[in-house]
Design a protein around this ligand. Structure first.
Ligand SMILES: NC(=O)c1ccc[n+]([C@@H]2O[C@H](COP(=O)([O-])OP(=O)(O)OC[C@H]3O[C@@H](n4cnc5c(N)ncnc54)[C@H](O)[C@@H]3O)[C@@H](O)[C@H]2O)c1
Length: 456
């Protein structure tokens, strides 16, 4: 019953199929990461099909509309591979999977409102694969998953129909994705990738496939769970270090110490890796990745107290921003609940258009609960509605009739705003949560200034 010509457990078969470009690829989940991945495989000459449950996405792709306008370089690749008929998209997993040799999973792994990781997309697709995967296929999971998820869940889900047996007639491995939105082409062609297979032969085969498509260093891992542990460790390292400096910055504020000055000097020491405090940690990776490791720990009865504390600190930083704002208003003539405050930046990190789990949302909500009229200016979200607020059209309109401003995201554009601009604000209140305004200059300009972690 197999439609698959290639035995994906056989190095020679795989090498020949790559060289003759007869290996057929199916990418399931063609979103931010999966679509560029599929396009890269297609660009290398392999027939690639993308599967997604999002019908309008599939329709747009098949009618030649590239959905990721903020991914430089991929618009051209998209046009080329669509024209050459190397890539198309479908919602019909039942047709795509049996006609493919290599199945890549780039499915979402979000968390719910209680911070519990949600693997339902991966679980649903794995159950489906148990019915439709052709024997001798290879499944590679690129999604960010907890160590052990392949070994403890994916394999038994894919084997459930008793048609497929791991290491006999189906094979699995991981190659966790680590590209940054907005820079995916750059990252795909520069960043090393981790490769872990269900056995060493599969690891080598996955390496040969990725080597064919991406010319980057491929780091061989002893197994799937170690590769996923590395992926989470690198991101959680950042989450914890941001919490560390954020907590220090709260104390330095009280001590009259400028955290920026501490960090600039500290980073001169060869083994200090600098991270910066801020209004909180958002985005599709760091917060979720910490909760993924915490979920693993809970599952197996381990304790990860540092990650737990780090999360608590990062999650209380938006409240600290509100407290700084309240403190600044004590110096002004206006009550907070009668004031209009401009939030500068809503993206979770500088210079990207992405508000997933952004701390700005929490800050805005807390300010609104205190009766503040909140306005938003973000160069990536102009004249649109975000968090129920119509965003400003430009910097000029943003600075009309406001009492104060809070820099929440360190977009480059904000570094260029002259201090005199902030003097146009009725109450001249400026809260900088990203360390981009020099506190001495702000005070000399007669602003009521509060800088997160900037003790004077
Ligand atoms: N975006 C990032 O910055 C980034 C970076 C590194 C790793 N990752 C990881 O990569 C994975 C994918 O993330 P993303 O940002 O591309 O997500 P995304 O939400 O942009 O894309 C996921 C796609 O999967 C589709 N989908 C959902 N359920 C499906 C199903 N049952 N069958 C078929 N398609 C389905 C969705 O419609 C969507 O198009 C996640 O594990 C994420 O943690 C993301």
């Amino acid at each position: 019953m197999s439609n698959s010509k290639i035995n994906m457990n056989n190095v020679e078969d795989v090498t020949n199929s790559l060289n003759s470009k007869t290996l057929r690829v199916c990418v399931i989940g063609i979103g931010r990461i999966g679509l560029p991945t599929a396009l890269s495989f297609a660009k290398s000459g392999l027939d690639t099909i993308g599967v997604d449950i999002n019908e309008s996405l599939v329709q747009n792709i098949n009618s030649g509309k590239f959905p990721l306008k903020d991914e430089p370089g991929y618009d051209k690749i998209f046009d080329d591979v669509i024209k050459e008929k190397k890539f198309s998209a479908t919602t019909e997993i039942e047709n795509a999977v049996p006609n493919s040799d290599l199945i890549l999973l780039s499915l979402p792994t979000p968390m719910d409102e209680n911070n519990i990781p949600n693997y339902s997309a991966l679980r649903n697709v794995a159950s489906k694969l148990s019915e439709i995967l052709s024997p001798n296929s290879l499944v590679i999971v690129e999604s960010t998953i907890e160590p052990g998820f392949i070994e403890d869940e994916m394999i038994s889900l894919i084997s459930a129909s008793n048609r497929l047996k791991i290491n006999e007639n189906f094979f699995i491995g991981v190659c966790p994705e680590n590209a940054n939105p907005g820079e995916i082409l750059h990252d795909f062609t520069n960043l090393p990738r981790l490769v872990g297979g269900i056995n060493q032969n599969i690891t080598k085969i996955i390496k040969s496939i990725y080597n064919f498509v991406f010319s980057v260093e491929l780091v061989e891992m002893p197994n799937c769970k170690t590769a996923n542990a590395v992926k989470l460790t690198t991101n959680v390292f950042r989450d914890i270090n941001i919490a560390f400096v954020s907590e220090l910055s709260l104390m330095f504020e009280k001590l009259g110490i400028d955290t920026n000055k501490v960090l600039e000097a500290a980073k001169k020491k060869y083994n200090f890796q600098v991270h910066y405090p801020g209004s909180g940690v958002g985005g599709p990776c760091l917060p979720i990745n910490s909760y993924q490791l915490l979920n693993t720990a809970k599952r197996i009865g381990s304790n990860l107290s540092i990650i737990e504390s780090g999360r608590k600190i990062n999650e209380k930083m938006p409240q600290h921003v509100v407290e700084l704002t309240l403190d600044a208003f004590k110096e002004s003539n206006k009550a907070l609940n009668e004031s209009t405050i401009l939030v500068l930046g809503i993206s979770y990190k500088p210079n990207v258009k992405d508000i997933q789990l952004t701390p700005a949302e929490i800050i805005i909500k807390k300010l609104q609960e205190l009766g503040v009229n909140v306005r938003i200016y973000d160069p990536y979200f102009l004249s649109t509605t975000v968090f129920g607020i119509t965003t400003e059209e430009n910097l000029e309109s943003a600075f009309t009739n406001i009492d104060g401003a809070i820099i929440v995201t360190g977009h480059d554009e904000f570094k260029k705003i002259e201090l005199s601009k902030f003097n146009q604000m009725h109450e001249r209140i400026l809260v900088d949560t990203r360390g981009i305004i020099d506190p001495t200059s702000a005070l000399e300009s007669n602003l009521i200034f509060r800088g997160l972690g900037r003790g004077q």
